[in-house]
Design a protein around this ligand. Structure first.
Ligand code: GRF
Length: 193
C-alpha cells in the first residue's frame, strides 16, 4: 500500500511518519510504504529530508494555477501516479476543493493542532491560550469537504502552562503530533487491510 504525504513546510510530521515506517517495519508488518512526498512549495524544508531518505519528491506550485480547481486537478493527477492507498496531509497549507476530497474519500487524513471540534482553522494555539484552556493538543481526522471537521481518529492532549505563548504551546503540541500521527496512520492501515 502506497502512502503519499503532502507538505508545505518544515515537514516534521512527515519525517516522524517516515521514521516510524522504518523503525516499525510498516513494509513487512502493514504492507505499506511512504511512496512519495509532494509539496506545493519548492523550498519546503521537508523535501530535502524526504530526498535524503530516498523517497520520491514532487513539487506542484499552486501559484502556477489560476484556480483552485486547476491546481487540485493537477495535484490529483500527480498523486495518482503513485497509486495511493492513503493520502496524508502533514502541514499542507492549502484548502482542498470538494472534488479533491471526494476523489480520496475514506483514504485522506489530516492532522490539526487543536482538540477538535474546538478551534478549527488557523492560530489554534493563541486561541486556546486566549480562551483560558487548561489543555490543548492535536487531532488526526478524516478529511471531508468541510475544513477540519471530518471524523476524529485519534487525539493527543498536552497541558497549557502558565506563561505559555503560542510558540511554547505549539512546540509542546508538535512533539506529541510526532507520536500521534504515526500511531493513527498505523491504526488506519491495520484496519484497512
Ligand atoms: C503542525 O502543527 C500541523 O498540525 C499544522 O502545521 C504544522 C506542520 O508542521 N497543521 P510540520 O510541517 O509537520 O513540521
Amino acid at each position: 500500500k502506497n502512502i503519499v504525504i503532502l507538505i508545505s513546510g518544515g515537514g516534521s510530521n512527515m519525517a516522524a511518519i517516515v521514521r516510524a515506517a522504518q523503525q516499525q517495519n510498516w513494509d513487512t508488518g502493514l504492507g505499506a510504504r511512504v511512496a512519495a512526498v509532494i509539496s506545493n512549495k519548492a523550498d519546503a524544508k521537508g523535501l530535502e529530508l524526504a530526498r535524503a531518505q530516498g523517497i520520491a519528491t514532487e513539487v506542484l506550485d499552486h501559484k502556477q494555477f489560476d484556480s483552485r480547481e486547476g491546481f487540485d486537478t493537477a495535484l490529483v493527477a500527480l498523486i495518482d501516479q503513485y497509486d495511493p492507498a492513503l493520502v496524508v496531509l502533514a502541514g499542507f497549507m492549502r484548502i482542498l476543493t470538494p472534488g479533491f476530497v471526494e476523489h480520496y474519500a475514506g483514504r485522506l487524513l489530516n492532522i490539526h493542532p487543536s482538540l477538535l471540534p474546538a478551534f478549527t482553522g488557523l492560530h489554534t494555539h493563541q486561541r486556546a491560550i486566549d480562551a483560558g484552556c487548561k489543555f490543548a493538543g492535536a487531532s488526526v481526522h478524516q478529511v471531508t469537504a468541510e475544513l477540519d471537521v471530518g471524523p476524529i481518529l485519534d487525539q493527543a492532549v498536552v497541558p497549557v502552562l502558565p506563561g505559555d505563548t503560542a510558540d511554547t504551546l505549539a512546540a509542546r503540541v508538535l512533539t506529541q503530533e510526532h507520536v500521534l500521527y504515526p500511531r493513527a496512520i498505523a491504526q488506519w492501515l491495520s484496519s484497512h487491510p
